[in-house]
Ligand binder design. Sequence first.
Ligand SMILES: Cc1cc2nc3c(=O)[nH]c(=O)nc-3n(C[C@H](O)[C@H](O)[C@H](O)COP(=O)(O)OP(=O)(O)OC[C@H]3O[C@@H](n4cnc5c(N)ncnc54)[C@H](O)[C@@H]3O)c2cc1C
Length: 495
Amino acid sequence: MRTIVWFRGKDLRVTDHEPLMRGSTTGEVIPLLVLEDSYFGSGDRSATDESQGSRGKRPPHRLQFFLDAVTALRSDLEAIGSTLVTVKGRATEVVPRLAREWNADAVFAQAAVEPGSRRRDDVVAAALGERFRLFGGETVHPPGTLRTQAGRPYGVFSPFAKSWRREVAQVPAVGTPARLSRVPDNLVAIRNPIPDLVELGLERNPAILRAGSSQADARLRRFLKDAGPAYKADRDQMGIDGTSRLSADLKFGTIAPRRVWLEARAAIGETAGGMSFENELIWREFSYSTLWDVPTILTTPFQSDFEGFPWRDDENGWQAWVDGLTGYPVVDASARQLRAEGYVHNRARMVSASFLTKDLMIDFRRGERHYFHYLTDGDLAQNTAGWQWTAGCGCDPQPYFRIFNPVSQGERFDPNGDYVRKWLPELRGMPSEFIHHPWDAPDSVLRGAKVRLGDTYPHPIVDHSVARERFLETATRHLKRSPGSQSAPLRLPMD
Ligand SMILES: Cc1cc2nc3c(=O)[nH]c(=O)nc-3n(C[C@H](O)[C@H](O)[C@H](O)COP(=O)(O)OP(=O)(O)OC[C@H]3O[C@@H](n4cnc5c(N)ncnc54)[C@H](O)[C@@H]3O)c2cc1C
């Protein structure tokens, strides 16, 4: 039997890849990856969700990681006797055509959650019929399967997590095929090269994490050994490496989420750090499940009463936020970190997203697209969930009346100012006491730190306490809720 194993970009690994393992046990395998224009931020905008709207601009950091991960996948396949056939085109046309030309008995792939990818798979399924089979692997537990007693998707995290912990089976990971059949030369000959960054008009950025399964494995090992046990306490501290940094690996599937979960359970499962880490992995499962059940969250707020919210047009505020020049150090550090290394600490993502949507009252979708463009781990399910949660309009959201105070968040989660100093060289000389609110520093301190407010570093572009009141007043009026009420109307698909 000849099986095409079709890699699609969120599954770039040979270990714990069920379609590859199943294919290898039934005979000959031909690993295929279709180089769709949409991966590169060009071409047909409807092909995949990566290309939706302004999300489609060429994402510099993610592309570097993706191309390196594809190259690493090809080497990993070569190490077990096979290779990767990369073919340019539209998957909906290329996959059925190659299945015919190559006389494939089956096409196996990892099932996708993003709505555009599901539409793509429907087209391929219509062309190939039963020869096309999808397997799990993007999440630990299949999305869209956990239901409330009333048979509805969960709109709140805690009961989802409880049900996830009850239902998820600790089946072992599937492992790596020992050896694969050799891909015939005439099939290898048709492949198009994996594009390089220069050809795409991008420069290599050494600050981006190195991609590929061996890198992901090393990150997991380092985390479980060093940071894992203290994760609960350290994960919020912006100035230390207290987290796993596995988000881009999970996004591109260079490591299987099931494996991360199983290995973390085995190594640190009983510690407070292990439990807290599992909780974050379940947040990821929740985001994916929500996108599966409510694909409209890619464009509209999950909480329907946020529709038509009077977001402000504020070009100056937007530009200051993008450039890291708002005058609020944590917000500015996160903006610079995003553009420099395609990553932002989770706590800083929350503070920054809150500042944009609440202090500046700029539409969360604009921030979400900016993040999606620059994040190496930029992921539709996760990014949409993170932005809507922070704005107060998502699934199990941060209540709209809880507004992050960028100064006290900095004092609590970056007490020595290490995070700020790393990303804002102009504040490097500020003593920790004033680093999160330099405007309160006496002139002598500012002089000593070589900081000239309004010159080397901006004055705050808004007064947080005034901006907070403005948001609360607008939101209370629009949502017709009072800040004391936590309840919010949920919109689920069957409503
Ligand atoms: C505004 C905003 C945007 C975000 N955009 C993305 C995104 O595009 N892609 C992305 O992967 N994550 C996103 N997140 C979630 C989170 O910030 C990152 O997953 C995390 O910072 C990645 O670092 P890490 O791998 O070291 O995480 P760790 O703390 O080591 O956590 C392990 C894994 O658990 C998952 N996880 C951790 N925190 C969260 C969370 N709060 N919500 C959901 N899953 C979580 C991730 O898959 C992560 O890799 C966003 C959060 C916010 C507030």
